[in-house]
Design a protein around this ligand. Structure first.
Ligand code: ATP
Length: 231
């Protein structure tokens, strides 16, 4: 089993607040994992540690077998959509794609353009003119354009209506169906994700409450995990 993410007793403290404490987990490669927890549980902090935007106060982590931080090769293998990512409202979708190509050596411009076409999003539309659902799809399509080995999505469904949520999850699952990309997406609510994820990490007040494959958690926590759709 190859491991996409491993954390060893990772902790992050902001002044006197421990946002994350003693977090040890393993995420096998190729899984779609839900990172679930209420407000302030530490989800964003964990994602920022993985992507190298923050350094741990204690413990360590390995991402795709490497230490995150100032590591361009690793950064290019990670697709990250931050919470409420502003998409430069005055830029057209095509300009966003071209900008990505300048920043990433793995970037696949034709793939990105094709995905926008499939989504019915004109390349000449300005990001600021798109609906919330379209903006979320564009942000995801841009993150996928570098064919990431690890895709991190911070609360991508938070401001979407039910239809836009469904469309977003369809795009996500259609794009990672081959199981080559490991996905970690955070949400307040497991309900949004339990039909698509096969791995679960539950955070509460800075601690990992549960972590493991949905199959292994199913018996113990039937009401929590519930039924899901086959991938
Ligand atoms: P939400 O769902 O509200 O985004 P979250 O689960 O992503 O929450 P974090 O944003 O990681 O949680 O925050 C965890 C804790 O760390 C919270 O108590 C938060 O107030 C605190 N925190 C986060 N960022 C900072 C910061 N830059 N400075 C001080 N405290 C912070």
């Amino acid at each position: 089993m190859s491991v996409a993410l491993e954390t060893q007793a990772v902790g992050k403290r902001y002044r006197r607040i421990w946002a994350l404490r003693d977090c040890s987990l393993q995420l096998p490669a190729g899984r779609v994992a839900a990172l679930v927890g209420p407000n302030g549980a530490g989800k964003t902090t964990l994602l920022h540690l993985i992507v190298g935007l923050l350094r741990p106060t204690e413990g360590g982590l390995l991402v795709l077998g490497q230490s995150p931080g100032d590591n361009r090769d690793l950064k290019e293998r990670i697709g990250f959509v931050a919470q409420d990512t502003p998409l430069y409202p005055d830029f057209t979708v095509n300009e966003l794609i071209t900008m990505g190509a300048k920043l990433n050596r793995r970037w696949e411009t034709p793939l990105a353009r094709e995905r926008m076409n499939q989504l019915g999003i004109p390349l000449e539309s300005r990001a600021g003119e798109l609906s919330g659902g379209q903006r979320a799809q564009v942000a995801l399509a841009l993150a996928l354009a570098k064919r990431p080995d690890l895709l991190l999505l911070d609360e991508p469904l938070a401001r979407l209506d039910p239809l836009a949520r469904r469309e977003f999850l369809q795009l996500l699952m259609g794009s990672v169906a081959e199981g080559e990309t490991t996905v970690l997406l955070s949400s307040h609510l497991l309900d949004d994700l339990k039909r698509v994820c096969d791995h679960l990490i539950l955070l509460q007040t800075a601690k990992v409450q549960l972590a493991g494959s949905v199959d292994s958690l199913l018996n113990e926590h039937k009401t929590l995990v519930g039924p899901r759709r086959a991938r």
